[in-house]
Structures are given as C-alpha cells and as structure tokens.
Write a protein that binds this ligand. Structure first.
Ligand code: NCD
Length: 300
C-alpha cells in the first residue's frame, strides 16, 4: 500500500513513471480502470482545483467519489472526533482517501491508522505533494527537462506549503538552481533552507524580484497565505508586495514559464494571462492528468 504524504518520499523514478503515465492517459484514456473503486475526499480547508481535479480524475478512470468539502463543519470532527477515528471510519467505505487539513502532520497521522492509501492534499503550511507533481510535470512538458533549470520562487515562502513541497520535488533532479524571493518576514526558515541545500539544491535568497526575473527559466509565484496570519495588520503589510504585471513579464526570457499553484489574489495581473509565459492555467489542466496517474498508481 502506497501513501502520498510528503514530496521527499517520492523518488525521481516514481515521478518520471507518473509523468509517462499522465502522457499515456491523455492519449489513451482508460475509462474503466477504476470501475467499482471509491475515493473518499475529506477537505478540512477550502479548495477549488485540488478537490475538483481529484473528482474529475476518479470519474475519468471509471471510479466514484464520496466527499466532504467542508469536513471541519460537516464531518464529526465538528463534534470533537479525532482525525484518527474519522480515518478509521472512512477506511470502511473507501478504497483510498484524499485529505486536506489545517494541521501540519495531519496526513501522516491519518496514514498511521489507515488501511487504505492516503493522499495528502495539503497539511497546514507543510506539504502538498500532488501539487508538486503537477508543477514538475508542467515544467517537464513545457520546458522539456527539469535537470539544470533555474527557478525563482516568489512570495510567502514561510507559509506556502506548495513551496516546501516543490523544493523537495526539485531536489530529486540534478543541477537545479533556486532563487528564493520574499520580504524578510516571509522567508523560508533558515533550517529549511539548509536542509534543501543538503538535499542538493543550489539556493540564493533575495528580496529583489525585478533584479532576478530576467535571468531564469521558471518563475513560480505564490499567494500571501492570508489564513495563516493571526494578525490581519501583519498580513496587510505584505499585500501587493510582488505584483507581476505585463511590464515585469516583458523582462522575462521569451521561453521562460510563469507558474502559480493558484488561487491568485492580486499577485499576477489578469492581463498577464494572455502572454506566452503564463502557464498557470496549463498547470490546472495538467493537474487532472497527473492526479489520474496518481490514482492509477495507488488504486489499481
Ligand atoms: C495551494 C494550497 O492549497 O496550498 N492551492 C492549491 O492547491 N492549488 C496554494 C494556495 O492556496 O495558495
């Protein structure tokens, strides 16, 4: 049985096999592969893309889904049930569970008691491994390779789980150079930076986006994670700090990619969507293929 909890635990070989499978599923759909299988989705935090793309993925493979899109209020968690008991219960109903939770480590606690595969769809500020798979798949498809890339990762690096997840994913590839761009207060913690350097990434840190945006293959923009700020005045300090507009994209290389896990608030101007570098809605589309490949891997 295979859980998907942390990007660190997915090998390069497994990632490449998933990308190959995602390509195959696009060309040769398998509408009956998971017939009779049930996926449970338990979301204790809001989601648009992750939940709907998993729903879409299971339906496209012939399976079914049972879902709680607001598990915090509408599952027995609201009555005080532990995540372990909720998971032990869901195991009696479903063949796999995809879950998003506001607490770091929740998916890993779930995996300890689960008799079916658990997919971590986000645990607090920690991890979001299937987002990483679709981010890397997008880079591979649109840029041809991941080895040797330069990537600028921008925004709320302290609170963004997609950032930490992606860095672990990138560490599986060779010669990746990363520039982390954030305001001082939203930097990735020092220990984490050192851990990623130890894992093989070349990392620079700066607060200067304009000076770095022109000299990179990939720009990965992220949202300031409003829901993680106990003090709204603190959040307001960072609103609009790295807005990417048409003028800024014109400094990017012609063949560079602008990625974003979405949702965006105001950190990419809507006019940018029309530019050739904008690849975030391609990420959305590829997310279904990648999640189909993930479900095929752990459910069939
Ligand atoms: C991200 C998340 O939930 O971490 N969203 C997503 O799944 N695409 C990013 C975010 O919320 O900023």
């Amino acid at each position: 049985m295979r859980h998907i909890i942390h990007s660190k635990d997915i090998t390069r070989q497994e990632m490449e096999a998933l990308f190959t499978d995602a390509n195959k599923l696009e060309k040769n759909p398998m509408p009956n592969l998971l017939q009779g299988k049930i996926l449970a989705s338990l979301f204790f935090e809001p989601s648009t893309r992750t939940r709907f793309s998993f729903e879409c993925a299971i339906y496209r493979l012939g399976g079914s889904i049972i879902t709680a899109e607001n598990a915090k209020e509408f599952s027995s968690a609201a009555k005080g049930e532990s995540i372990e008991d909720t998971i032990s219960t869901m195991c009696a109903y479903a063949d796999a569970i995809v879950m998003r939770h506001y607490q770091e480590g929740a998916a890993s606690s779930a995996a300890k008691v689960s008799t079916v595969p658990i997919i971590n769809a986000g645990d607090g500020i920690s991890q979001h491994p299937t987002q990483t798979l679709l981010d890397l798949y997008t880079i591979k498809r649109e840029h041809n390779q991941i080895d040797g890339i330069s990537i600028v990762i921008v925004g709320d690096l302290r609170n963004g789980r997609t950032v930490k997840s992606l860095l672990w994913g990138l560490s599986k590839f060779n010669d990746v150079s990363v520039t982390l761009v954030s305001p001082e207060g939203l930097r990735l913690p020092k220990e984490a930076v050192n851990e990623f350097i130890g894992a093989g990434l070349e990392i620079k840190e700066t607060d200067d986006l304009i000076g770095t945006i022109g000299d990179t293959d990939i720009v990965y923009q992220t949202r300031i994670q409003k829901e993680r700020f106990p003090d709204m005045a603190e959040y307001e300090k960072y609103v609009g700090c790295y807005r990417i507009d048409v003028a800024l994209v014109s400094k990017m290389r012609k063949n560079a990619l602008l990625l974003h896990p979405l949702p965006r608030v105001d950190e990419i101007a809507p006019e940018v969507d029309e530019l050739p570098q904008a690849a975030y809605f391609k990420q959305v589309k590829y997310g279904v293929l990648v999640r189909m490949a993930v479900l095929k891997w752990i459910m069939s």
